[in-house]
Design a protein around this ligand. Structure first.
Ligand SMILES: CC(C)(COP(=O)(O)OP(=O)(O)OC[C@H]1O[C@@H](n2cnc3c(N)ncnc32)[C@H](O)[C@@H]1OP(=O)(O)O)[C@@H](O)C(=O)NCCC(=O)NCCS
Length: 388
């Protein structure tokens, strides 16, 4: 792959790496000017409507949508890898029950044996198999940890169900309707990749050191956690509960903005207008509200949106409406970040494999603004040994 030489010793500081292009990538196009998102050339809003999670995983990993038989093969392979490995089965109950779900997932993920995890030297088939294993296992770790946290035994995976159906079953404790399964799958598809975002960058930074894939994914989960990234969704739902009813949204938002606080679920580094995923999620949230006959959360969010737009001119991002959908499916808000991580597994692993294929250590510099070089004071230049 042709590599730009860039300006190796520029003293320009790019705070937050804004506008910095670190590498070429052929996985996902985030077109911020026209507010569009494409996985391998396909519009994500179309994929959310028409594709399965398995389709999208195959697309991200290989560059092409699977044929029907490839889709079935992947479905069966992912289903066959869902069981918690024996070593982890004894480890999961030792994770403190009061740990936040995403912290627990990060801990569990990092306990997966890196011995058989591929790194750049490993062949492509082994890398791909590990990408499948991590994608398949994430829902198992999440749902097992939730149940263990409540003092309940984990639910065995059901290999007759698709990846997203079995994930939703184990999250909620029962097989859900076709409509609910489809909505959940669309949400997973919308979260499956997002070009060079912060957690993906973390995964690629780890991969660029030739670290194994488990380390890359663990770095990504750790980075996803913050409220400016994957933690925003949970905070949106906390905000909804603080607002209470739609007619109080505007007052709440105005007060928050006056205090110069950020409104979670709004704004984006790259999109100039509405995040295309938010457009689909708003529609799914509205449909769920209609179907369940409970529109309180959706109505609060639309009022929040109106208010933030009016007073700050900001557009919603992926995190504004997803919690409303999860709530309608009976999923508690603490799991928002973990579901995000599980959905992003194909994207993170696709990026790690892309990094392995064209390895270059990611090692930026800082512009030093501290004290200039200076001498140690005289009274500190004696022999240190034994002086304490
Ligand atoms: C996502 C986010 C971090 C991107 O921000 P960014 O590109 O780094 O932009 P900045 O943080 O430099 O913000 C630019 C300006 O817009 C404001 N702004 C951006 N997002 C805002 C938000 N959600 N609420 C209030 N103000 C916001 C900033 O305060 C800043 O204003 P200022 O110039 O007066 O100080 C930011 O929009 C944000 O914090 N959003 C809320 C968290 C969230 O929803 N995260 C999920 C992202 S998918």
């Amino acid at each position: 792959m042709a590599r730009s030489t860039g300006n190796p010793r520029s003293k320009e500081v790019a705070r937050g790496l804004e506008g910095v292009i670190e590498s070429d990538s052929s996985i996902t196009l985030l077109d911020g000017a026209s507010n569009k998102l494409y996985y391998r050339g396909y519009d994500v809003t179309e994929l959310a409507r028409h594709s399965t999670f398995e389709d999208v995983a195959e697309l991200l990993w290989t560059g092409e949508l699977p044929t029907l038989s490839q889709r079935n093969n992947l479905l069966h392979r992912l289903a066959s890898m869902r069981k918690c490995p024996p070593g982890l089965r004894t480890f999961l109950p030792q994770i403190p029950r009061d740990m936040a779900p995403l912290d627990a997932l990060r801990t569990a993920m990092s306990a997966l044996s890196p011995h058989d995890a591929p790194s750049p030297g490993t062949d492509g088939a082994a890398q791909r198999e590990m990408a499948e294993r991590l994608t398949s296992l994430a829902p198992t770790l999440i749902t097992d940890l939730v149940r263990l946290g409540k003092g309940m035994a984990p639910l065995d995976p059901d290999p007759s169900l698709s990846h997203s159906e079995d994930f939703l079953r184990r999250l909620t404790g029962s097989i859900r309707s076709q409509e609910e399964n489809r909505v959940f799958e669309s949400v997973l598809v919308l979260h499956a990749d997002h070009e060079m975002n912060t957690s993906t960058f973390a995964a690629r930074v780890a991969a660029s050191t030739s670290a194994d894939m488990v380390s890359g994914v663990t770095s990504a989960i750790a980075t996803l956690k913050g409220p400016l990234h994957g933690g925003a969704g949970e905070q949106v739902m906390e905000m909804v509960e603080s607002i209470g009813k739609p007619e109080d949204a505007d007052r709440f938002i105005r007060a928050k903005l006056e205090r110069r606080e950020r409104i979670m679920g709004f704004g984006h580094r790259v999109y100039r207008g509405e995040d295309p995923r938010a457009t689909v999620l708003r529609e799914l949230s509205r449909e769920r509200a209609e179907r369940t006959g409970d529109s309180r959360i959706h109505d609060i969010l639309t009022e929040v949106e109106r208010s933030v737009r009016k007073h700050r001119g900001l557009f919603p991002n992926v995190d504004l409406y997803s919690g409303s959908i999860y709530h309608s499916l009976g999923i508690s808000r603490e799991l928002h970040g973990s579901i995000f991580a599980a959905a992003r597994m194909p994207g993170w692993t696709a990026h790690i494999m892309e990094e392995y294929a064209d390895l270059r250590l990611i090692c930026p510099q800082a512009r030093y603004v501290g004290r200039p070089p200076r001498q140690l004071p005289e009274d500190r230049t004696g022999v240190v040994a034994g002086s304490r």
